[in-house]
Ligand binder design. Structure first.
Ligand code: ADP
Ligand code: MG
Length: 608
């Protein structure tokens, strides 16, 4: 027999109702802080002070200089479903405040000891109320509000048991503050833990203020390796900061996204961003960004979850498409030519110029092979990128330094191209070039890989790849499974410009390859493409993995290290990088060239 509990229906007492709601809204100290900060921002605060003790378990105090609460409303603020932010359903449909559910304060009060103190803007005195108490008491408080939460979860031991160490809880709490602080740069934030100052973020205005806050929160490395974007279309606006591949992370821990000023974690958005970065980052790397989306509030539903972390877009496809395109377009402009203003470029003799004929020669060059893996290992990890800081010259920080070009300018007629002219080759790996700012170092393989990639892509998306029949078809040993796959997916291989026949059980014969790759290692190319096919499974379309396949193709068609180039070949490569989309990164997200400014060199030699 099943045990029956209560037979009659009754209303739950408000404390229980609030505790149930708290189960959803108040997971840990950090969620309390989030709700309190949102209330302060809704109250139009300019400065917010946060005091924490014992990771928030003993005390969370948030004090603001916002509009304050009318003394007659203090008691109501702690009642469930009491809010000053919406009046009716229409308001809910177009809500612009962060809060609207009227349940944060009562929920928090039901699992802690809460004290609310406030002085309404323009009022002479302040009043305070203890949660659970009914009596207001006069208090000393400037205009604004302070909410104090003591002994969180003291009456819900089960919840308390789930909490982690003080350190972990404080980490969560700091992350929430970072997220919120990036959403309101015009507001100052101060954080103290156990009375020790932890972080002070000054209120900022305009681009400079934004940059300061972004640097304070994401670090100098990000600030030096990001680009600003601002796009508007179809009533949507996306702006903010997109990290360059050198600012990418091994974790998705620097992805900040806001919809109408609200901190949002959303799969649709993360997906759009991932797609936009797809061609720029090597697998396993995560982009860093701080992005703000402005959208008509009627086009979203914010009432999806009590924590308000999610939104539902009424036309999610449009939003996805817009985000992806805007980001892609922004990232596509990361080519050197746009980073150095032509206006300041002096001129040099025409005899250094490279003409187009020489340039064509370079496109198909290639000799000794070197496995791509060697390069992949050199992807900077978080440690090394963090240490990059200000001292390491990086290609994103190009600034015009005074450089005396007079000795060259005599016969001057042609402007110096952004990446300058080649001087020499180092160990068959790097090209050294001189430009207006100083020295340019180019990783030949990385640069050429990107160029080949963009060409292949343009060809595949445009008129299609030009194929080349091999005079001497090449036999490739791939193993039986891969050979089966080659037969099964012959059509997809053909799309990529590859024509193969089966010779034996595990042997293929390559007859045709894309012209761009004809000089490359055809056997390795075919093996890799088949390996990609195997990994993606039979059902997936080539197009979905188009970019990865392109990288595979490009890698095999690119110039390898150890190859000796003539000066004009090197110059041709430099010109190519300049006109290539994403020219400053290889397809694995490594930089393909860096700038060492004269000032950087001077520093190395302790000059000046
Ligand atoms: P909501 O934010 O959803 O309205 P809350 O329970 O978080 O619900 O807060 C209830 C009400 O208390 C708010 O609507 C607001 O009027 C008032 N309030 C809370 N915190 C503050 C604050 N820091 N400054 C001014 N008013 C506040
Ligand atoms: Mg609220």
């Amino acid at each position: 027999m099943r045990e029956t509990h209560q037979c009659r229906i009754h209303l739950l007492p408000p404390e229980i109702a609030n505790q149930i709601a708290a189960g959803e809204v108040v997971e840990r100290p950090a969620s309390v802080v989030k709700e309190l900060l949102e209330n302060s921002l809704d109250a139009d605060a300019h400065a917010i002070e946060i005091d924490i003790e014992e990771g928030g378990l003993r005390l969370i105090r948030v004090r603001d200089d916002g509009s304050g609460i009318h003394p007659d409303d203090l008691r109501l603020a702690l009642e469930r479903h009491a809010t000053s932010k919406i009046l009716n359903f229409t308001d809910l449909e177009r809500v612009t405040s962060l809060g609207f559910r009227g349940e944060a304060l009562p929920s928090i009060a039901s699992v802690s000891r809460l004290r609310l103190t406030s002085r309404l803007r323009g009022n002479a005195d302040a009043w305070t109320l203890e949660g659970g108490g009914q009596q207001l008491a006069p208090a000393a408080h400037p205009e604004g509000t302070t909410v104090e939460i003591h002994d969180l979860f003291h009456n819900t031991p089960a919840r308390r048991k789930f909490l982690k160490s003080v350190r972990t809880e404080f980490d969560h709490l700091e992350e929430i503050i970072r997220r919120v602080a990036l959403s309101h740069i015009e507001v100052a934030f101060t954080l103290r833990h156990n009375r020790r100052p932890i972080q002070t973020l000054l209120a900022g205005q305009g681009p400079e203020g934004e940059l300061r806050r972004v640097a304070a929160i994401l670090g100098e490395n990000f600030a030096a390796a990001m680009l600003r974007l601002d796009f508007e279309a179809g009533g949507l606006r996306l702006w903010g900061f997109a990290g360059l591949p050198t600012a990418s992370r091994s974790q998705p821990d620097q992805q900040y996204f806001y919809v109408n000023g609200r901190v949002i974690r959303d799969r649709l958005i993360a997906h759009a961003a991932r797609q936009a970065y797809e061609e720029l980052l090597y697998q396993g790397r995560h982009p860093a960004y701080v992005l703000y989306l402005a959208i008509d509030p009627e086009r979203i539903d914010v009432n999806v979850h009590p924590t308000k972390h999610e939104v539902r877009f009424r036309d999610s496809r449009t939003v996805h498409e817009f985000l992806m395109r805007a980001l892609r377009q922004a990232l596509a402009t990361t080519r050197p030519a746009t980073e150095i203003t032509t206006a300041v470029m002096p001129t040099v003799p025409t005899r250094n110029r490279v003409d187009r004929d020489e340039y064509e020669k370079v496109v198909d060059f290639d000799q000794e092979k070197e496995p791509c893996v060697d390069y992949l290992r050199r992807i900077p990890d978080d440690e090394s990128t963090r240490n990059q800081g200000k001292d390491t010259p990086s290609f994103q920080t190009l600034s015009v330094s005074p450089f005396n070009f007079s000795r060259q300018v005599e016969e001057a007629t042609t402007p110096i191209p952004p990446l300058g002219y080649a001087l020499a080759q180092l160990h068959g790996i790097y090209i050294l070039a001189e430009n207006i700012h100083g020295l340019i170092l180019v990783d030949m393989h990385a640069a050429h890989e990107r160029i080949t990639y963009e060409r292949l892509k343009a060809a595949l998306l445009g008129a299609g790849l030009r194929r080349q029949s091999l005079l001497m078809p090449i036999t490739v040993e791939v193993g039986e499974q891969a050979a089966d796959l080659a037969v099964e997916r012959a059509a997809e291989l053909a799309e990529l410009g590859l024509e193969v026949d089966r010779l034996g059980q595990g042997t293929l014969l390559a007859r045709q390859v894309p012209a761009l790759l004809a000089q490359g290692d055809v056997a390795a190319l075919i093996k890799d493409v088949l390996a990609d096919f195997a990994e993606y499974g039979v059902s997936t379309q080539v197009s979905e993995h188009f970019n990865h396949l392109l990288s595979t193709l490009a890698c095999h068609g690119s110039v390898r290290a150890q190859r000796r180039l003539s000066l004009s070949e090197m110059n041709a490569l430099l010109r190519d990088i300049e006109v290539t989309q994403h020219g400053s990164q290889c397809t694995h997200g490594r930089p393909s060239w860096i700038q060492l400014r004269l000032a950087d060199l001077d520093r190395l030699f302790l000059r000046g």
